[in-house]
Every structure is written in C-alpha cells, then in structure tokens.
Design a protein around this ligand. Structure first.
Ligand code: ATP
Ligand code: MG
Length: 314
C-alpha cells in the first residue's frame, strides 16, 4: 500500500470574519523534504502554518499530517511536530541556557539528555557568548537564534519554520540553514517560509508561491525558473573594444531591452529574447570585425521568477 505523504492539504480555507486569509489551498509534502512557502505580506503563509500546527481551526477543507486528520488527532500530531512562529515566544527572565533546558523539560525530555541537548545547541547555534544572559537583554537577532535553537530541544518528525532567519546576520543564517539541512538528511520534514529567495533556493526541494490565499505555482526551484523565468541575461565580453564603441551595433538589435555595461568592455542585456538577440549580435559584431572574448547566458534568479509570477496576478 502506498504511504501517505507527510502533509496532505486539500481545499483548505480559513477566514477571519470577512477576511479570506487562506482561500482553497491544496498541496502535499513528502517525508524528508523541505517545502518552501513563498508569498507577499498578507498572502496567508502564517495562517496556513497555524492551521497545520493545530493552533487555529480551519474554516473548511481537510488537512492530514502523518496520514491523520488534524482535527481528530490533534494531540497525537502535536507530539511529533515542532513550530517556530514569527512572533517571539520567550520567557523574559530566564537565561538562554535555562530556557533551553526548561523547554526540553516541557517536552518531557529526560534530565541528562536535556542537559546534553542544550549544550549541543548552544555550541551548534553559536550561542555560547550569551548563554548566561537573560532573554530580554538579548538583541533581536540573538533572541531569534535562541527561539529557533530551542525548537530542536525535542525530537520531532516535522518542523514548521515561519521566517526563521528574520533578523539573523549572514553567518547565523548560514549556520541555521545548514543545521536544518543536516536534520533533513536525517529524515526530518520541513515546512519553511521566507522572503529571501536565495535561502528558499538553498534549502527547498519544492516551492509553492501563494498570493491572496491561493497557491499560484508549485514546483522545484529549477522547475519554477524554467517555467516562469522568461528573462535571461546575456553577457558579452569584448576582446579589444570598449562597450561604448559597439553600442551603435547593439542598440538596433537589443533596442527595447535593458542594456548595462557592468565592466569596461562588457555588455549585459536582459530580455526574454536574449538568446535570439545574441545570435544577431554575434553576427553583427563579426561583420564589423569586433572580437569577442567570451559569452555567457545566465538563468533568471528565483527572485525574478517570484516577481514575474506575483506580477502576473496583480
Ligand atoms: N487573527 C487575525 N484576525 C484577522 N485577520 C487576520 C488574522 N491573522 C491574519 N489575518 C489576515 O489574514 C491575511 C493573511 O495573513 P497571514 O499572517 O497569514 O499572512 P503572511 O503570508 O504570513 O504574511 P507575512 O509575510 O507578512 O508574514 C492577512 O490579510 C491578515 O490581515
Ligand atoms: Mg507571516
């Protein structure tokens, strides 16, 4: 018998009064995968997480986690999931180390395991320099790091992370993403939201783009780029000529597109027809005896895809 996916969502709706926060969302997440939920502010990401983690009730639709209905099996499911929400949730007067241990206790972790786990997380998340400080003395980024680390105090099969890297510096962000990645290799399933596209690309196996409560695209990061990445950038490096000296050749061909000169002797053209233009430009340059040093065609970034997809909806 085929195994049910880790998360199965079908026709999920959630309204707050007259606000339709989630408006008929369906998707599945397989075990051991990272599923990224991307979308503009107010799109319905946090609401979806709150329903999936049984914090709020769905208005309609079905959600099954570990093959079980979340309304009927709420307690059982809650035991096996972790969640880091956007809003801070922390005890102001406890030191970082104490807070971690207390959280482990809440989850019923035995004493020694609790202590070892707290020490491991302090080391792995680089919290040692402020482990004896109280939560309300920490900077915003430090607090967020503790909040995310804390969730790893207990063992779980599925983890929801709502913008976990918000406020983190680049090195703390990388530590967190790599820590999550390692756990995914160990079998953890992750539902992840972020506004940082490089991050989504780095971590996610699959991405859904949600806008105004509806999913408007789902695919792998590479698949999304292929489907929606109309814009490509072509870069031409000239051998002995300046970029300006060949503009009279380039402009008639690439007229309406964005033309940049990122370096002396380099021309960058961004256009949906960049590749077709490239052929004409090469022909024309060679007719005019302009030597080319190198050519590269760069795929679109996930950010370009996101803006294209959301832009089409607006
Ligand atoms: N408790 C609530 N009461 C009323 N409306 C709410 C409530 N929570 C969310 N909403 C509304 O639901 C919609 C979706 O909100 P949600 O927090 O899910 O968005 P989001 O995608 O997480 O956005 P962000 O990127 O800003 O975190 C918004 O229009 C929001 O105003
Ligand atoms: Mg949110």
């Amino acid at each position: 018998m085929p195994m049910e996916p880790c998360i199965h969502v079908s026709g999920l709706r959630k309204s707050y009064g007259s606000v339709q926060a989630v408006d008929g969302v369906s998707f599945e997440v397989e075990y051991g995968r990272v599923f990224g939920f991307l979308g503009p502010n107010g799109a319905g990401k946090t609401t979806t997480i709150k329903v999936l983690t049984t914090i709020v009730h769905p208005s309609s639709g079905t959600v099954r986690i570990f093959g079980k209905d979340i309304v009927k099996h709420q307690r059982e499911i809650k035991k096996r999931i972790g969640v880091v929400l956007q809003e801070p949730s922390f005890e102001a007067n406890l030191t970082v180390e104490r807070a971690l241990e207390l959280y482990g206790l809440m989850w019923g972790m035995p004493g020694e395991k609790r202590h070892d786990r707290a020490r491991e997380l302090i080391e792995k998340f680089d919290l040692a320099s402020f482990k004896d400080m109280k939560n309300d003395e920490l900077s915003i980024g430090q607090r967020r790091r503790v909040q995310v680390a804390r969730e790893f105090m207990h063992d779980m099969d599925l983890l929801f992370l709502d913008e976990p890297t918000m406020g983190l510096d680049p090195s703390a962000r990388r530590i967190l993403l790599d820590y999550v990645k390692r756990h995914v290799q160990g079998g953890l399933t992750v539902f992840f939201t972020t506004h940082i596209m490089e991050e989504a690309e780095y971590l996610c196996d699959e991405i859904a783009i949600i806008n105004r409560g509806r999913i408007i695209a789902t695919d792998t990061p590479a698949g999304l780029k292929q489907r929606y990445g109309g814009v490509k950038a072509v870069e031409i490096k000239l051998k002995d000529s300046s970029a300006q000296s060949v503009m009279h050749i380039i402009r008639p061909i690439a007229g309406g597109s964005m033309i940049e000169t990122p370096a002396e002797g380099t021309i960058r053209i961004s256009s949906a027809e960049a590749q077709e233009m490239l052929v004409k430009i090469i022909e024309s340059l060679s007719r005019n005896s302009v030597l080319i040093e190198s050519i590269s065609v760069n795929p679109p970034t996930l950010e370009e895809v996101f803006l294209t997809v959301i832009g089409k909806e607006a």
